[in-house]
Unconditional design. Sequence first.
Length: 398
Amino acid sequence: MNKAILRADVQQFINDHLNTDPAKIALGKSPFADVSPAELAEQIDSKKRCEKKLPTWFNTPGIYYPSKLAIEQTSSEIATIYNSGYVAGKNIVDLTGGFGVDSFAFAQLNFHNAERRRRVIHCELNAELSAIAKHNAGVLNVPNIEFLNIDGLDYIRETRQSIDAIFIDPSRRVKSQKVFFLKDCEPDVVTNQDLLNKAPQIVIKTSPLLDITSGLRELKNVKKVVVISIKNDVKELLWIVERGFTGDPQIECDMIFEDHSSSTSFYQHQEKLIMLPGYSDPLTYLYEPDAGILKAGMFKITAVQFGLSKLDKNTHLYTSNELNEQFPGKKFVVNKIMDYKVFSKSPDIKKANIISKNFPLTPAELKKKHKLEDGGDGFLFFCRVNGEQLKVIWARRA
C-alpha cells in the first residue's frame, strides 16, 4: 500500500483521469516520482468500477482502491445491505474480509444504538488488502471493525472470544481456475463445517452458478437459502446455516427492481407436491418471471401463489385474463398468437425483442433464420405450449 497515492495532488490526478483509458495511463509517464504509472492506472480503473457498484466508496474522498480483481470479487453495495440483514447477533467474524464491503455493512447495522452495535472481526490473508480495508474503514468513520491479517480458519480455531455468526465468501477461483462446487472453493466450508459450528450461525455467500440442490447435499444444517436478484440478474446465493437445524430448508427469493423490492419464499417439498390442473394457451396477459424465481426453482408454486396458469411444464411463462400487478417479473399484453409453422411461412413482424423459452432455436438463430431485427417496443416469444405445440406470441409491455 503506497500511501503517497493518498496525497491531495495524486488524488486530484486520479479524479481528473477517471474517463481516461487506464492502459494509456499505465503506458505513459507518471507526473509523480513516488507513484508509478501502473499504480495510477490501477487506482483509476478500480475507482471507476466502483462508481455504480460501490457509490459510498466512490463518493468518499481519500479511499484507497485495491486491484481490479478485488473489486470484481466484492458484492455490490446494495447486495451487501441485504446480506447484512441475514447475519444475526452482535459478534460477527467476516472470515474472508477482502475489500471490506460486507464487514462495513455488518458494522453499520444498529451502529447508532450502543447496546446493539456490532463488533466485526475482518480476517484477510492478503496483507495489503487487509491494510487497504482498515484504512478505508477509518475514512468511512466505522470504528467497530477489527482488522486481522490472518487466515480466518486459524482465527476460529484459536479465539476464545464469543462468536454469534461467521460470514464467509469463499473464493471461486483456485489456482486461477473457476470452480463450481463448495468443496472446491477456498476456504473449503464443507470439510471445515464442524469447526465453523463454533458459531451458532454460518452465512455463506456463493456464486449464482452454484446449483441449490447440489449445495444442499454438500452442507449440513441449512435453514434457508436466499437468492438475491438485482434488476433481473441473480447476483449471489446466501446459505444460512444454523447449528443443530434439521428441518426442511426454506428457499427465499429477494428481488430488487428499479423502484421497489419484492420477496417470496417456499419449501422444496411444496414445489414437488403441487399438481397443476393443466396447462393453458396464452390468455390476455403473459408473465415472464424474474431470474431469481427461476434460480430458486419456483416453477409450479409461482402459478399457485399468483393465481396464474402455466403454458407448459418446461416453459416457465405464465398467463391470465386478469392482470396481476404483484407478479415479480415482466408483464405483457398479448396481441397475437401464431403457430410457429404459420409464422415461418410468412412472418409479418420484422422487428421485435426476441425471447426463446423451451424452444428448439435460440434468439440468435431465430433472428438469422427469419431475418428479424432486434429492438422496438414489441416482444416475440417463441415457446412450447401444452406439450408439443410451438407457438409465437406477439406482445407488448403491460
